[in-house]
Design a protein around this ligand. Structure first.
Ligand code: ZN
Length: 496
């Protein structure tokens, strides 16, 4: 059995000002301008906790010949340009065509890509692959938990499998599941019947987390339903709220074996259950001043999760609101990680380790994340920013923050990077020169993902009340699309 796999992943924050181009996909995919060959894709993802890592493992164990033709991602940012989308999707379709004949196609997509032309870019990708391979060939799509799934996607895919967890620690498992499912479909052992429902419900990152209630309990319920006889898989995509598009929000997908009625009833049960939890899904935000008070009275590490400036959701990661308050308080033992400012890193590099330099720091991308700070900083450590994920998320994958500079400003340390990167892994702090046990109050530009690796070391984790394009607060965004206005909580009277 020969299965072709491909992927293009982007989570698009339509409120972010920087558009996403081919250069971003080239740089962030680590393959260079030719987008990589099958062998390079295997080398990069084999043995990693990623979707393609799961595809490779599942294929090897089940005797499937997997032909990875492409796997590109750009770090979350603004709208994907029309030309970028056409370039990438044409490349994907041409490479799949060159790899035919095959028995099936696996597509490793995100689900929240928005382009200048398409609000649900994934549905368009799958539609074009479907046009190429015809109706008979199975296409199984894997998606992120933050997918905004429009009704167009289930029409063109045979099965959709989304991550169950947030932090996304089950990427490898979902890729593995996808290979086994497509093998069963090709063998004729199962016949997928998919049901889909869009809920009038919008949710925000802090409370989408499946390590907290109510989603921890809901995840157990989901797994119970999807493991019953006749079911193949079920997905609750919580949606990516920082996109002003019609299909933004929660969707439920269930795939049963030959039984459309069962799939529909599972979708209905999951929808009803989640709807009852909607009031519990609203986050409580805490200011940096309150976090400092709490840190002083807490024995152990306090994490201030500055999700409003989370680069993993398309924010610039150069916000200064929390940093400015910490410097003002000269809060000894505070660390801010990370702050992306390539210009400041260059100045620090020219000055060298141990030097004290005047710097203009942060808030250079837009005017939504605080003000640029004029500081005198001591350069504590310089580095190349290369690291390997050691925590549960993306474990084994190598990545980079670009050149880094660890600065000390009035006792407050800041990890300044040249590349935007969400600080979700303790190895990132380590390579930048920060030992976690030296930190009392840690500001991470992360909403939830940090919990997978840092959570066990924290005495207290707080959701930050800071401004930004990833702020978990619907009142801060002026959604123009009419559907969002009709959904809970923007419409408190919304009905399921
Ligand atoms: Zn996600």
């Amino acid at each position: 059995m020969r299965i072709v796999s491909g992927g293009i992943q982007h989570e698009t924050n339509t409120f972010a000002v920087t558009p996403t181009t081919v250069d971003d996909f080239e740089r962030d995919s680590h393959f260079g301008a030719d987008f990589g060959e099958a062998e390079q894709i295997r080398q990069r993802f084999d043995g990693t906790n990623t979707i393609h890592g799961g595809y490779l493992k599942g294929a090897e164990e089940s005797g499937v010949e997997l032909v990875p033709v492409l796997n590109l991602r750009a770090y979350p940012s603004g709208m994907v340009t029309r030309q970028t989308f056409e370039t990438l999707v044409n490349e994907l379709v041409c490479r799949i065509e060159a790899a035919l004949p095959a028995d099936g196609v696996l597509l490793d997509l995100h689900g929240a890509m928005v382009t200048e032309e398409f609000e649900d870019a994934e549905a368009e990708i799958v539609r074009r692959v479907r046009l190429l391979v015809g109706e008979a060939m199975p296409i199984v799509v894997t998606l992120d938990l933050h997918a905004n799934i429009s009704p167009a996607l289930p029409v063109v895919a045979d099965a959709v499998i989304g991550f169950d967890t947030y932090p996304h620690v089950d990427m490898g498992d979902r890729g593995y599941e996808a290979v086994l499912l497509i093998k069963q479909i090709v063998d004729g052992d199962v016949k997928p019947c998919m049901a889909y429902r869009q809920l009038p419900l919008l949710t925000l990152p802090p409370m989408q987390c499946t390590l907290r209630e109510p989603m921890d309990g809901f995840l157990r319920y989901l797994r119970q339903l999807e493991s019953q006889d006749g079911m193949l898989t079920a997905t609750v995509a919580m949606g990516f709220p920082f996109a002003d598009i019609d299909c933004m929000g929660v969707t439920v997908v269930a795939v049963a074996n030959g039984d459309q009625g069962l799939a529909e009833s599972v979708v209905d049960e999951l929808s009803q259950h989640l709807w009852k939890l909607k009031e519990q899904l609203q986050p409580q935000l805490v200011t940096i001043e309150e976090a400092m008070v709490q840190s002083r009275s807490t024995d152990g590490l306090v994490i201030f999760a500055d999700g409003s400036d989370n680069p993993g959701g398309g924010a610039p990661c150069d916000g200064t609101v929390a940093l400015a308050a910490l410097i003002e308080a000269e809060f000894e033992g505070a660390v801010v990680a990370t702050l992306c400012d390539p210009q400041a890193v260059r100045v620090a590099n020219q000055a060298g380790e141990g030097a004290c330099v005047p710097l203009s720091l942060g808030a250079k991308v837009d005017d939504l994340h605080g003000e640029t700070l004029e500081v005198d900083a001591q350069v504590v450590k310089l580095g190349d920013g290369q690291f390997v994920f050691g925590g549960p998320m993306a474990q084994g994958l190598s990545d980079t923050m670009g050149d880094t500079a660890l600065l000390d400003i009035k006792g407050v340390r800041v990890v300044v990077t040249s590349v935007r990167k969400q600080c979700i892994d303790r190895n990132m702090l380590k390579v930048a020169g920060v030992e976690l046990d030296s930190v009392r109050l840690l500001v991470l530009k992360s909403a939830v993902h940090y919990r997978a690796d840092y959570g066990p070391y924290a005495a207290l984790m707080l959701d930050a009340d800071t401004p930004g394009v990833h702020r978990p607060d619907f009142n801060c965004f002026n959604y123009q699309n009419p559907r969002s206005q009709e959904c809970y909580p923007l419409n408190p009277l919304a009905k399921l």
